[in-house]
Write a protein that binds this ligand. Structure first.
Ligand code: UDP
Length: 320
């Protein structure tokens, strides 16, 4: 298929573009490089550096089989302090993209949604039928885009799939996580192992979980990318499907740090710090729908493998 990947210079977008190329698709990446890196765009794709809202119309006029929409602002804390950046950067940009999709009759859209659309869950693991009550602006903007996509599918026959990611981690060879401002647990812990930080702070040890630290469902970025390929194949005109992507197993912050110690052989000092605003205690996915309807099967679900691949990527980058 001829595919447009927005945000293909970012973490998940670059891995997904690489997997699309490995599977023989024709890939164009559009990214404004506000948070992505030009050298993360996989070789073999066509790269257009542009503002997506401005460029989408001209690009899609060329005739594409589908769009994979990754480009987004994605820092929870920042979204609470600067909501305009998120409503503008996520919702308005996506609306402009949807209008270009409608205008040029692009048949398929796969969208990067998030577990943050659910907020504090009533039941864990979380199914797609759980109420969507985001507790932060980031999640609220992603949910608003999900609603807009549903309207476009109904009104204009778009075949759309939203994938609600839980905690994405790991790396796909040379493609991995390289945030300028790092806030995610595994990359931060690995920075301690590399000697770039003295210790990791565990945000709270008094949560209602077994060891008192927050529990999350970590999913390997390669498994996540593969779900996008299946979503493209399963998009049906006029339908907007929503799937959770996670392994269905929760690991606490302490368990993640212990796994990183085992993988890296580094003692990784850790200290307890105050809770972080907006954090739910436990987020674990029920992904039965993706397994049944997309035949998606995560192959790299072992947390040690996820950490190992992230570690290899991090070390390789440090060694230049
Ligand atoms: N976390 C932590 N210390 C850090 C970064 C994260 O204790 O330096 C915790 C965070 O509170 C959450 C979990 O690790 O419970 C995963 O956080 P991350 O930011 O990686 O992903 P999120 O679940 O927020 O999407």
């Amino acid at each position: 298929m001829k595919l447009l990947v927005t945000g293909g210079a970012g973490y998940v977008g670059s891995v997904c573009a690489a997997r699309l190329l490995e599977n023989g698709h024709d890939v164009t990446v559009v990214d404004d490089l506000s948070t992505g890196h030009a050298d993360a765009v996989p070789p073999g794709s066509t790269f257009v550096q542009a503002d997506i809202a401005e460029a989408a119309g001209d690009l899609l006029a060329d005739g594409y089989d589908g769009v994979l929409h990754f480009a987004a602002k994605s820092l929870v804390g920042e979204s609470m302090q600067d909501p305009h950046k998120y409503w503008q950067g996520n919702v308005l940009t996506s609306l402009r993209l949807l209008e270009a999709v409608r205008e040029h009759g692009t048949p398929r859209l796969v969208f990067s949604s998030t577990a943050a659309t659910y907020g504090e869950p009533d039941t864990v693991p979380i199914p797609e039928t759980a109420p969507a009550r985001p507790t932060n602006t980031y999640g609220a903007t992603k949910l608003a885009i999900d609603h807009a996509i549903s309207s476009y599918a109904t009104a204009h026959g778009l075949g759309a799939v939203s994938l609600r990611y839980f905690n994405v981690a790991g790396a796909h060879g040379a493609f991995g996580e390289r945030h300028t401002v790092e806030t995610h647990l595994i990359p931060i812990v690995l920075q301690v192992a590399l000697g770039q930080r003295e210790q990791v702070q565990m945000y709270g040890d008094d949560w209602p979980t077994e060891d008192g630290t927050c529990v999350r469902d970590y999913i390997h970025v390669t498994d996540l990318a593969d779900a996008h390929l299946l979503a493209l194949d399963n998009a049906r005109p006029g339908e907007h499907r929503i799937y959770n992507l996670g392994n269905g197993t929760g690991f606490s912050v302490q368990q993640v740090i212990e796994t990183c110690r085992a993988v890296t052989g580094h003692p990784i000092p850790a200290a307890v710090a105050p809770r972080r605003a907006g954090d739910p205690a436990t987020l674990v996915a029920a992904s039965d729908r993706a397994r049944e309807e997309l035949s998606w099967k995560p192959k790299l679900a072992d947390l040690s493998v996820i950490v190992h691949d992230a570690w290899e990527f991090t070390r390789a980058r440090q060694q230049g």
